[in-house]
Structures are given as structure tokens and as C-alpha cells.
Design a protein around this ligand. Structure first.
Ligand code: C5P
Length: 267
């Protein structure tokens, strides 16, 4: 992809985007949950999203927190093909007050997200979508407020005709170094300017859809979706992240998740 061939202006006012960003403000907000990973590093006997954490599975915690934020009209879950029916059962059991749709994801996280975006935008003409917030199921203890923060700030960007992305960020405590391919240090970025990035990441939906289409066409794979916006020089704003939005990856992360859950119960 050649970022020089596309400008923020082209993205927001091109002929294939009939509405100005500020009017797109009125469409619905959809949470897109990436839950199709195998989670091998967790060492469980099932895909990570279906591992139990207290009374619920990781996927169910995630859905409960998203619904509790009160900012979404719909949740779309991407699960691996063989787990789709269990994902439907587990979401139905929660009796949430917003619809949850489940679709099969892809080989990479970026494939799952792109597939989800296509599903969400399929009926955009009749039922406009304004914002898509992409979230890792593995960050299942993300507090509802963080979802509300990123969605509200994304709408705010739209009202000033500056559509973009809003992502949670936390300062890093370690010194981070850049190394070459054999592990020799080649630089030490100023720590005060470094941030650890989490999800949910909220986006202007039409812009996200267009950018993912281009990335797929050019076989570009990034570890988060905001990186695609950055390539095009489109606004990516940060809000303060939350330690509870950490990603469950290794077995010891389950112990940390239990500590956070107990803390919340005692608050
Ligand atoms: O592997 P990692 O933990 O970085 O994955 C982040 C999130 O992306 C997880 O919630 C995982 O379920 C999801 N994922 C996905 N489709 C894949 C791979 C990962 O939805 N093919």
C-alpha cells in the first residue's frame, strides 16, 4: 500500500462516501469481538475465548462488559468455525439487551477483523453504521467505561469533521530498546513518549472498512487496526487505558484475572 496515494481528505470525501463525517455521526455503534484465536500459549484444552474464569467464560465476561457500557447497538463475535455454535449458546445464555451475532473468523487476527467488518457493513445503506470498536476477546476484563470512552471520543472527532480512531494507551514502566535481527541493541526510544496499546479501538466505520479493503488487497497484516490508520496519516487519538484491559495470553494471566475479579467484587 502506498500511503502517499491516499490522503485523509480522499478517505473522508471521496465519491464512494456520500455522507460527510459529521452526518455519519448518527449511525449505530457496533462492537466487533475477535475471538477466533486458538490461544495455544494458554495451554488450555479449548480455544482461549471458551476457557472458564469464575462463573463465566472469557467470551462471556467480554460480552457482559461490552453490553454494560451502554454505547453499542450490536455486538459481532468472530469465532473459529467449529466454535461458532458454542459462542451462540454462550451469548444467548447471558440474555443481553443488545443482539449478538456470531460469524466464523479467519487464519490471522486481521482476517477475522476484516471478515467481521464486511459482515457489519453489509447492510450499511439501510441501517447505517457509524462506529466500529474492535476488541480482543482475550481482554475480557476491560471495564465498560473504557468502551464508552473510545466510542464517545470517536463521535467527537466526527462532529469536527476529523474522522479517525481512538485507542487506549498506558505509559510503559520498562525501558524499551530496539534490536537488530541478531539481538544487538540499535536504539533506546525516549520512554516518556512510549505507550502500551490496548483494545477496544474505535474507528469511523466507513474509513475502517475502506482501509481494511486496501490492506487486504495489498496483503498487509498489522498487529492492531490503528496501525493501518497511521499508515495513511489519519488521526489516531489516545485515551487513558486501564490495567484490567490486559490481554490474557499465558497461564499466569488467568491468576491475574482472578485477582482483578476479586478486587472488583470487593470494591
Ligand atoms: O493471539 P492474540 O492473543 O494476540 O489474539 C488477540 C485476539 O485476536 C484474541 O482475542 C484472539 O481470539 C483473536 N484472534 C482472532 N482470529 C485469529 C487469531 C486471533 O479473532 N485468527
Amino acid at each position: 500500500m502506498d500511503p502517499d496515494n491516499i490522503t485523509p481528505e480522499e478517505n473522508t470525501t471521496a465519491a464512494d462516501q456520500p455522507e460527510a463525517p459529521a452526518t455519519r455521526y448518527y449511525g449505530k455503534a457496533v462492537a466487533l469481538v475477535a475471538a477466533a484465536g486458538a490461544g495455544h500459549r494458554l495451554g488450555a484444552d479449548k480455544p482461549k475465548a471458551f476457557v472458564e474464569l469464575g462463573e463465566h467464560t472469557i467470551l462471556q465476561h467480554c460480552l457482559l462488559n461490552i453490553a454494560a457500557s451502554g454505547v453499542f447497538e450490536e455486538i459481532v463475535v468472530m469465532a473459529s468455525f467449529e466454535m461458532c455454535s458454542l459462542a451462540i449458546d454462550q451469548s444467548t445464555a447471558l440474555e443481553l439487551d443488545i443482539p449478538v451475532k456470531v460469524y466464523p473468523g479467519g487464519v490471522l487476527r486481521s482476517d477475522s477483523v476484516f471478515e467481521g467488518i464486511k459482515r457489519i457493513m453489509a447492510n450499511d445503506e439501510n441501517d447505517p453504521v457509524s462506529i466500529i470498536a474492535v476488541h480482543d476477546a482475550a481482554r475480557c476484563l476491560t471495564p465498560p467505561k473504557l468502551f464508552a470512552d473510545v466510542v464517545e471520543k470517536t463521535r467527537l472527532l466526527m462532529t469536527v469533521n476529523n474522522p479517525g480512531a481512538v485507542i487506549p494507551a498506558l505509559p510503559v514502566t520498562d525501558t524499551i530498546k530496539m534490536v537488530d535481527s541478531v539481538g544487538n541493541v540499535i536504539g533506546t526510544p525516549d520512554r516518556s513518549r512510549l505507550r502500551a496499546i490496548q483494545t477496544p479501538q474505535a474507528f469511523d466505520a466507513k474509513l475502517l472498512s475502506k482501509i481494511h479493503e486496501q490492506a487486504a488487497a495489498e496483503d498487509i497484516n498489522t498487529t492492531d487496526d490503528a496501525a493501518l490508520f497511521e499508515r495513511f496519516g489519519i488521526t489516531v487519538m489516545t485515551v487513558e487505558g486501564d490495567r484490567r484491559a490486559f490481554k490474557i495470553t499465558n497461564p499466569e494471566d488467568l491468576a491475574l484475572a482472578n485477582i482483578y475479579m476479586n478486587q472488583d467484587e470487593n470494591d
